[in-house]
Design a protein around this ligand. Structure first.
Ligand SMILES: [Mn+2]
Length: 398
């Protein structure tokens, strides 16, 4: 149970950090809020150009966030026509277009659902939006179509859960069949909110079955905030890895529901346990698993929160890399419970921050990203440049 920073441990951490990439969400840089109100921030991004610039700054500071997730409605309001502009930003900032997120929840027509709406016309509209999103995905060379379906109902008896499954299957199948070579569709699940009686894709079982029926390019997306209290998320991860069905993660933390708090702020041990499942699986099972952040901070500074999140993710990943897999397997097989637990727990309790700093310096990065953000000029400049625009905005989520 030696978690001292031996040469071997250091090498393991360096190798893990070299491979670790996490995607930032464009909406994480914009003014967002709760359903009660929104507190505007002078430095928040109000344009897609600013979101790309912010993502580039996070990547410059951390070296681990080379792509930005895009939201079709907020970032490409004119659909395919906006692709050229995005391509220019990709080139300008050296930040890749990450997952493409269709919007199936904001249009007035989606009041009773999008791909599960009883109206064939509205389902058709939702399907068209998904197919256009796939075209955007192709044009931008993006790997993942990240689907969150907010459909559901608020009162028992008011909708047929069974017929809605059929409607959903049909459209997910069509969307899947439109995907190009090497492209995937990620199916996200969530137990409740915005619907409070039933949600059409409420858990990983439903998401898994829908993905399977859609086809081989469909995988499950695990948003860490989308579970009931006490759910063993790492076990879900283990199952999805076993079934070759894990597409990726939306990382955030929560205390009560889908709180979108900073990764690891409430329960860092859980993130460690999830990373352990990834790092203890064969590489061929985990190579395609996408790490993405899905957070929108209402009170913390946008950039500060994003850098803090990436840094936290790196630290927890480094801790998980410290688990001696071979030793742990031996202890597990021998049912040496306390020793196994100590081997596992010991990695979590090891302070990896000095080694992570060393890694940053060795890779030509700043040793302390948060401090560099605070003392650097970027934040000061955007605060000055964007203050006027932010004083007047506040109605749109993006
Ligand atoms: Mn999510």
């Amino acid at each position: 149970m030696n978690h001292e920073m031996t040469m071997g441990n250091k090498e393991r951490i360096f190798a893990a950090l070299d491979a670790f990439k996490i995607e930032v969400p464009s909406w994480g840089f914009a003014n967002t809020g709760t359903r009660f109100g929104k507190f505007l921030q002078p430095a928040a991004a109000t344009t897609i150009e600013q979101k790309f610039a912010d993502a580039a700054e996070v990547n410059r500071l951390t070296g681990a966030a080379p792509t930005i997730a895009l939201h079709v409605l907020w970032d490409l309001p004119n659909g395919l026509k906006d692709v050229a502009g995005i391509q220019g930003l990709v080139k300008q900032h050296g930040i890749g277009a990450g997952s493409i997120n269709p919007n199936l929840f904001q249009s007035q027509e989606y009041k009773y659902g999008s791909i599960c709406n009883p109206s064939a016309e509205i389902r058709g509209k939702a399907c068209q939006h998904l197919l256009e999103s796939v075209e955007i995905q192709k044009a931008l060379g993006s790997t993942d179509l990240s689907m969150w379906v907010s459909d559901g109902s608020n009162y028992p008896g008011t909708q047929s859960m069974r017929r809605r499954i059929e409607w959903m299957e049909e459209i997910l199948g069509k969307t899947h069949d439109a995907l190009g070579e090497g492209q995937r569709m990620l199916v996200e699940y969530k137990p409740f909110e915005p619907a409070f009686y039933h949600t059409d894709i409420a858990d990983w079982g439903m998401a898994l079955e829908l993905a399977r029926r859609a086809g081989p390019k469909a995988k499950v997306l695990v948003d860490t905030g989308h579970h009931y209290q006490g759910t063993n998320i790492e076990q879900i991860v283990a199952w999805l890895l076993h079934l070759d069905a894990l597409g990726g993660f939306h990382f955030n933390d929560r205390k009560y529901a889908d709180d979108d708090l900073t990764l690891g702020s409430i329960d860092p041990y859980q993130v460690f346990r999830i990373f352990h499942e990834i790092l203890s699986s064969p590489v061929e099972k985990t190579a395609g698993v996408a790490f993405m952040i899905d957070q929108s901070h209402n009170m913390k500074g946008k950039l500060e929160a994003m850098v803090q999140t990436v840094v936290t993710a790196q630290e927890l990943y480094a801790k998980a890399a410290l688990v001696d897999q071979e030793q742990l397997a031996g202890l597990q097989d021998g049912c040496r419970l306390v020793e196994a637990e100590e081997c596992f727990r010991g990695a979590f309790w090891t302070d990896v921050r000095p080694v992570v700093k060393e890694w940053r310096t060795a890779r030509g990065l700043t040793a302390d990203p948060l401090d560099s953000l605070r003392t650097g000029r970027y934040l000061e400049e955007i605060t000055r440049e964007r203050a006027a625009a932010n004083a007047g905005s506040g109605s749109s989520y993006a």
